[in-house]
Design a protein around this ligand. Structure first.
Ligand code: C2E
Ligand code: MG
Ligand code: MG
Ligand code: MG
Length: 288
């Protein structure tokens, strides 16, 4: 289907394997150029602290403003960036931009940046982070590095060594998408992140499946024991928010509060004391 449209065919579905390979190659080629033409944009999604009733952090989520295809989501191009090695320059760009943008936010607001397994595999990730923090004069304590359990599994010793270096610098570490893959609670004790981000599939399941909430509660108990903060991703309804609050989540992230927004909008939002009315209305768990 994409053939006649040429490059206009990115969004059309094709199960022709040759066609898919060609499309993949086209994306890689365009991405290679796009990174250096500043087509990548970093947007930020607020994270709300239940205790503070306000934004405590924003997650950097990259978007690609393609000249002919429009806005492309990271789900499409991050896997290709990983396979092709482009995730190295892309990752450094996102990190640098995040530090630059977050510099103007209130000091109580951190920025969380996603790192892929490929960035850890290179062995110089800690050095890159140190250099970028230095060059942007961004305080390490305001940076949070997000890593998925899959990345941990691929080369645990090497990843753990890099994470230790990051921690020594003062960077916080979060375990992302927890529970989505082959996670085990043992990861939490072995790897001791500062924060665990429960994957959004659990929130979605919570209403239909009692086991989902039971798992969240079990993670909560262990995380508390190990002094790990627990964030729940993908909160979309007030009902979900209330259940999570009642069950001791520390932080929430989801469309209920806000989607990821461009840097200029986020800068205004985090500076505003009346930001996100829904966050201000939260009951503090300690009030109960
Ligand atoms: P992630 O790190 O788990 O990021 C959260 C994703 O969930 C984001 O999708 C966000 O928009 C989405 N999300 C947040 N709240 C809700 C909600 O309430 N409902 C639903 N349905 N979705 C919600 P996005 O921006 O499309 O990013 C997808 C993934 O791409 C990210 O998952 C992350 O793994 C990867 N990614 C994004 N930016 C980067 C980056 O700069 N570097 C790397 N290596 N990966 C990135
Ligand atoms: Mg993330
Ligand atoms: Mg996640
Ligand atoms: Mg995810």
């Amino acid at each position: 289907a994409a053939k006649d449209g040429g490059r206009g065919g990115w969004r059309s579905f094709s199960n022709d394997m040759a066609e898919q390979a060609r499309l993949r190659q086209q994306i890689e080629q365009d991405l290679r150029v796009g990174i250096f033409r500043n087509e990548l944009e970093v947007h930020y999604q607020p994270i709300i602290s239940f205790a503070k009733r306000r934004i405590c952090c924003c997650e950097a989520l990259v978007r690609w403003r393609h000249p002919t295809q429009g806005m492309i989501s990271p789900g499409v191009f991050i896997p290709i960036a990983e396979e092709s090695g482009l995730v190295i320059p892309l990752g450094e760009y996102v990190l640098r931009q995040s530090c630059e943008d977050a510099k103007s936010w209130p000091h109580s607001v951190r920025v969380a940046v996603n790192f892929s397994a490929h960035q850890f595999a290179r062995g110089d990730l800690a050095e890159t982070v140190r250099r970028v923090l230095h060059e942007t004069r961004f305080p390490p304590s305001r940076l949070e590095a997000e890593i998925t359990e899959t990345a941990l599994m691929s080369d645990a010793d090497n990843v753990l060594a890099t994470l230790d270096e990051l921690r020594k610098m003062g960077v916080r570490v979060a375990l992302d998408d927890f529970g989505a893959g082959y996670s085990s609670l043992a990861y939490l004790s072995r790897f001791r992140p500062d924060k665990v981000k429960i994957d959004q599939c659990f929130v979605r399941e919570m209403g239909k499946n009692a086991a989902a909430l039971a798992i969240i509660k079990a993670v909560r108990a262990l995380a508390r024991e190990l002094h790990i903060d627990m964030l729940v991703e993908g909160v979309e309804t007030p009902e979900q928010l209330e259940i999570l609050r009642a069950n001791g989540a520390d932080e929430a992230q989801g469309f209920l509060f806000s989607r990821a927004r461009p840097a200029n909008e986020i800068a205004r939002l985090v500076a505003d004391p009346t930001q996100l009315p829904r966050a201000r209305k939260l009951n503090n768990p300690d009030d109960a």
